[in-house]
Design a protein. Structure first.
Length: 376
């Protein structure tokens, strides 16, 4: 088992990564604070079908009440938080309650926000059950819901007391959902970890097959990277922005398709292809490194069709990360290092978006399209 300690404004909390942790009868119950007055498992019907037996055995000695809620992105809204809070009241939850949020990022964000607000805050444990949740959303304390006007616009920083990431729980995940999480894994390698990038290049096919030998190591490695970054910059005033690598274009793609048909990770996959090309064109990234990023993204499989370049461009300025009308780019400098807060000429953005849809084919064909440039 890997024990990763995360620093936060509310104190430290551990992320425990290990295969089979949640499978051990009673194990999860024994990790919960002893002075609790009740345990409330918050999860979705789908996660309950996939992982319910494991979760209830793991929590069995703790007399747990279960509250199920819809974890579709469309249900990630204030109304769901109100429903959860009312269920908590009806089930007798008081200030000593512990909420165990078991699910993907939607469950974690909604249940986490409910935990932050219920009686002005009750204790929270995350049991992430998707790859995205294990390597990303359960770590760093961001919780929240969407408004009609945009994603994640209402929320709170609310660090959990404990995160338990058990890769065994990922075995029931839909292949496309799983693969979508792998784009975020590539992102971590790109922003912070050349060794992880090398490992991915050598083992990506095994990782796609969910080979335990690789997957368990990768989950812990990414959780550690996320933990280190949010530990240094919880509120995203600087370094945490690096986590948005590939997300500037990615978010614009998601918005352009109305969050339908392209999964978040897939949009980030497109976004990383685009921004690697922009970084290369701007002389920040060597052609060789841009090629490595591109080929790794392409090896993860076919990406869904892109919306029209103009539709993506139109959404770029409305990204939450665009402050004072300026889009803040995260550019690649080399594998394992990025530059935050960069400006990119509009012309280059437009030109890159125009070519983006063809890039996977060109990369797969190994076409050398661009002359080498000197790095400043
Ligand atoms: N708080 C953060 O820092 C942060 C970071 C990244 C993403 N997010 C948020 O996370 C959400 C996306 O999360 P996600 O990618 O985990 O997707 P998700 O929560 O939508 O889950 C994807 C699907 O997988 C199902 N599922 C979950 N676990 C399963 C399992 N073990 N077996 C079978 N099915 C399972 C879910 O029911 C759902 O249908 C978005 O709302 C995003 O905004 C938050
Ligand atoms: Zn993301």
């Amino acid at each position: 088992m890997n024990r990763i300690v995360i620093r936060s404004s509310e104190g430290e909390y551990p992320v425990l990564c290990g295969r089979g942790l949640v499978g051990r009868a009673g194990w999860l119950a024994r990790q919960l604070p002893e002075d609790r007055t009740g345990v409330f498992l918050l999860t979705s019907p789908r996660v309950w079908r996939a992982c319910g037996r494991t979760l209830s055995r793991a929590l069995a000695p703790a007399q747990t009440r279960r509250i199920l809620f819809d974890d579709r992105e469309t249900a990630k809204e204030l109304r769901t938080v109100e429903r959860i809070a009312r269920e908590l009241v009806r089930n007798g939850a008081d200030r000593g309650a512990v909420i165990v949020a078991a699910g993907g990022g939607v469950v974690g964000d909604v249940a986490g926000f409910a935990a932050s607000a219920y009686m002005r805050g009750v204790r929270l444990v995350h049991v992430p059950t998707t790859l995205v949740a294990q390597v990303d959303s359960s770590i760093g304390g961001k919780t929240g819901v969407n408004l009609k006007e945009g994603k994640n616009l209402v929320g709170a920083f609310y660090p959990p007391e404990l995160v338990v990431a058990d890769p065994d729980l990922l075995s029931t995940l839909d292949p496309r959902q799983y693969r979508s999480g792998l784009y975020e894994v590539v992102k971590y390698a790109m922003i912070a970890d050349p060794l992880l990038f090398d490992v991915l290049e050598r083992t990506i096919e095994r990782l796609i097959r969910r080979d335990d030998g690789v997957l368990d190591w990768v989950v812990a490695r990414c959780a550690r990277i996320k933990g280190e970054i949010v530990g240094r910059d919880e509120r995203e005033s600087g370094e945490r922005q690096a986590l948005n690598f590939g997300h500037t274009i990615g978010h614009a793609i998601e918005a352009a398709v109305g969050y339908r048909g392209i999964l978040h990770g897939e949009a980030v996959g497109w976004g990383m292809l685009g921004v690697a090309e922009i970084s290369r064109e701007m002389g920040r990234l060597r052609t060789e490194d841009a090629g490595r990023i591109g080929r790794l993204v392409v090896r993860l499989g076919a990406l869904p069709k892109l919306p029209a370049p103009g539709a993506i461009a139109k959404r770029l300025g409305s990204d939450k990360k665009a402050r004072a009308g300026r889009v803040h780019w995260v550019l690649a400098r080399r594998v394992g290092e990025v530059e935050i807060n960069a400006d990119v000429p509009d012309e280059l953005v437009r030109e890159t978006l125009g070519r983006l849809g063809r890039m996977p084919k060109d990369l797969a064909a190994g076409a050398a399209k661009a002359p080498r440039r000197e790095i400043s």
